[in-house]
Design a protein around this ligand. Structure first.
Ligand code: CU
Length: 267
């Protein structure tokens, strides 16, 4: 039984290593490569932390397994060693993790600032839309074509639900808010995640590298219909976005007179 525990603690770090090695080829990894510029940096931080915790976990587990194995295979009757701890060890395992934590926090500061601090937003970033989360959908408001997005609604603004069109290859800003409870704007492929907090308008920026459809989901358990808050971000060329908005404007302003005229013309 003693040997069982030694092998048990040897088994888990081994499982961890094997699963990490085979995960990418089996599709157990990220949903896609990072599709935004900041996503590349976020993945870099993720791998940095992953490497540190993997080394720590695997090393400590193997040391534990080794100690257990030594104890299990000792001749019966041999004397156990009792100790009252070691100052030297205490100091080492306090200082080393502290340095690692300080190193991690310092190395993510620049990325955090670039993503979250408004004065560090890219100068060329354009405000494309306001996204309002509510139970249980994403409401999109674009400014009237040719005007700038403001935090208040203006006549001529364009509305849609659960589909956000953004241009690729340039930084865009979204004003995020919520109409009711706390939600979170999350696009896994773009590596964008931001809480929507009642009473706040939170600008977020990102740039999409390639044309395509990307998931937009809610990452905050916001009620019974949380699972339904699945929308998409459609990244396309600027001219396609303009075309889409033009069509949206036409649809929104349609009052039926045109089709009536066409119908009466047919008679
Ligand atoms: Cu939600």
């Amino acid at each position: 039984m003693k040997k069982f525990w030694a092998l048990f603690f040897f088994f888990w770090p081994t499982v961890a290593i094997i699963s990490c090695v085979i995960a990418p080829s089996r599709g157990w990894w990220f949903p896609s490569p990072p599709m935004s510029r900041t996503g590349v940096q976020i993945d870099g931080l993720f791998y940095l932390i992953l490497i540190i915790v993997t080394i720590t976990f695997v090393a400590t587990q193997y040391v534990l397994a080794y100690a257990l194995w030594k104890g299990a295979t000792k001749e019966s009757g041999s004397k156990a060693l009792f100790s009252h701890g070691s100052h030297k060890l205490e100091i080492i395992w306090t200082i080393v993790p502290s340095f690692i934590l300080v190193f991690i926090s310092l190395s993510q500061l620049d990325v955090l600032a670039e993503i979250r601090v408004i004065s560090k937003f890219p100068e060329k970033a354009t405000k494309v839309a306001e996204v309002t989360a509510r139970q249980f959908e994403w409401r999109i408001r674009y400014p009237k074509p040719g005007t700038e997005l403001t935090t208040v609604e203006n006549p001529g603004d364009l509305y849609y639900v659960n589909e956000l069109h953004v241009p690729t290859g340039k930084p865009v800003i979204i004003n995020l808010r919520t109409q009711d409870v706390q939600h979170a704007f999350f696009s896994p492929q773009l590596r964008v995640k931001q809480d929507a907090v009642p009473g706040l308008v939170i600008p977020i920026w990102f740039d999409v590298r390639e044309v395509g459809n990307y998931d937009l989901v809610c990452a905050e358990l916001c009620g019974w219909g949380h699972y339904k808050m699945k929308a998409r971000i459609v990244a396309q060329s600027q001219s396609s976005v303009d075309k889409y908005l033009k069509q949206l404007e036409a649809d929104q302003n349609a009052d039926g007179t045109k089709s009536e005229a066409a119908a009466s013309g047919d008679e």
